[in-house]
Design a protein around this ligand. Structure first.
Ligand code: HGY
Ligand code: MN
Ligand code: MN
Length: 411
């Protein structure tokens, strides 16, 4: 493979594909896009990327949770070196989150095709269904099912925040495919992703050799009180579920500050019913997202939040029900892949830092079945899950070139 050392991706082609995909669900006046999982926008994005896979003569398969994998034949058959990520986004999504890992994979393959190079073993690029978990929890759903950690039947029955059933939506957009699940175990898996945080930019470093992913705990809380008249009901007679929701949101913030970094806590979604100015709410439904790299600290945080929630509910005379939407232990990536990412970056004269991921990624699921690693590139101002999300072309190019050579080395 010595003749491949000089290989470089075509950054203009990669940027053009990122722009074309971001056109789908484009958020007016921004670089961002909105393609919640299994919506019409997600379907349109899927169709565009599948078209590009076919243009590259990849062998494209779709499985029963809608994961799509394109395979480039190698000199010999066998499990592919796989890359990929997701192309579903949050409602205020940027054009790089997930999309970069998929389109850089296509770029790696097109670079090899153009150079007439057949990799020693097959290469694959995939996108996994519903990585964000924002419409259908949990996050990383498609890759979770791909590695056999959730049954297709259970996944198909998941209800979305807007009252749809996952299996029906998958069929509606035409991505309920025949490929077997669990999916084929790759020889190795590498995901290129924007950092989505401030570390690389703050330290002036180009490449993150990601060492693992922190633990994630998602809970949906339903507090039920008694709707009443905002004007006539004395404060001492109220059973106000909204107050318990707001007190808990504040507690989550205070607990995260008390436990200290990298503990984080977010109440991102809250719905009051009937959500009217002059009605003491009947119910409040909200979500709690807490994360930590150390599972014992995360367990302690979960215990403290639950304890607070029950005490606040008892004090207010309301009832509370909680439902776990996602719970993933911290994941440590394979040293060999992490070392290879770092060595490849250094060989290309790039600055590199080993670091954990604050965000969840499909790689954390593939790590259950094969040697896995991730490549980070800087996010401007550390912004993500925001249409202003941006990564400089030079950094995109650096990350894609590291992906190219890491995949060739693994092959
Ligand atoms: O929630 C996450 O960390 C990812 O964006 N799904
Ligand atoms: Mn992502
Ligand atoms: Mn995301």
């Amino acid at each position: 493979m010595t003749d491949s050392l000089g290989l470089r991706i075509d950054i203009d082609r990669l940027i053009d594909r990122l722009a074309a995909l971001a056109e789908i669900g484009a958020i007016e006046g921004t670089e961002g896009c909105a393609r919640l999982a299994l919506t019409d926008e997600d379907k349109a994005g899927r169709d565009l990327v599948v078209g590009w896979m076919r243009d590259l003569d990849l062998d494209v398969t779709v499985d029963a949770i809608g994961n799509v994998v394109g395979v480039m034949a190698g000199a010999v058959d066998g499990p592919p070196v796989m890359c990929g990520s997701h192309i579903d986004t949050v409602r205020t999504g940027g054009r790089y989150d997930g999309n970069l890992g998929v389109l850089a994979g296509l770029e790696v393959i097109e670079t090899l095709r153009t150079a007439g190079i057949t990799p020693p073993r097959p290469l694959a690029v995939g996108f996994f269904t519903d990585e964000e978990g924002a419409r259908f929890p949990p996050d990383m759903l498609g890759s979770l099912v791909y590695v056999g950690a959730m049954s297709v039947e259970e996944a198909h029955g998941i209800e979305s925040i807007d009252g749809e059933i996952l299996g029906a939506e998958l069929e509606r957009i035409g991505y309920l495919g025949p490929a077997p699940l669990p999916g084929g175990v790759p020889h190795a898996f590498v995901e290129l992703h924007v950092e989505q945080g401030p570390v690389l930019e703050a330290e002036g470093i180009t490449i993150g050799a990601v060492t693992g992913v922190q633990g994630i705990s998602w809970t949906e809380v339903e507090v039920t009180g008694e709707s009443n008249h905002a004007g006539t009901t004395p404060m001492t007679l109220r059973k106000d579920p909204g107050v318990v929701a707001f007190q808990t949101a504040t507690f989550v913030r205070e607990l995260a500050l008390e436990l200290g970094a990298p503990q984080v806590g977010t109440v991102g979604r809250i719905e009051l019913h009937p959500n009217l100015i002059n009605v003491v709410p009947a119910s409040a439904t909200f979500t709690i997202d807490i994360r930590h790299t150390d599972n014992d600290v995360l367990l302690e945080a979960e215990r403290r939040v639950d304890e607070f929630l029950r005490a606040a509910s008892a004090a207010e005379g309301v009832t509370v029900e909680t439902r776990s939407l996602a719970r993933f232990d911290p994941v440590v990536f394979d040293d060999r892949v992490v070392d290879l990412v770092a060595a490849t970056a250094e060989a290309q004269g790039l600055s590199v830092k080993r670091m954990p991921s604050g965000a969840g990624h499909d790689a954390q699921m593939l790590a259950r079945v094969c040697p896995t690693g991730m490549v980070f590139v800087p996010s401007v101002d550390g912004i993500s899950h925001n249409p202003a999300e941006h990564t400089e072309p030079a950094d995109l190019e650096a990350g894609a070139n590291v992906l190219l050579h890491v995949m060739l080395e693994l092959a």
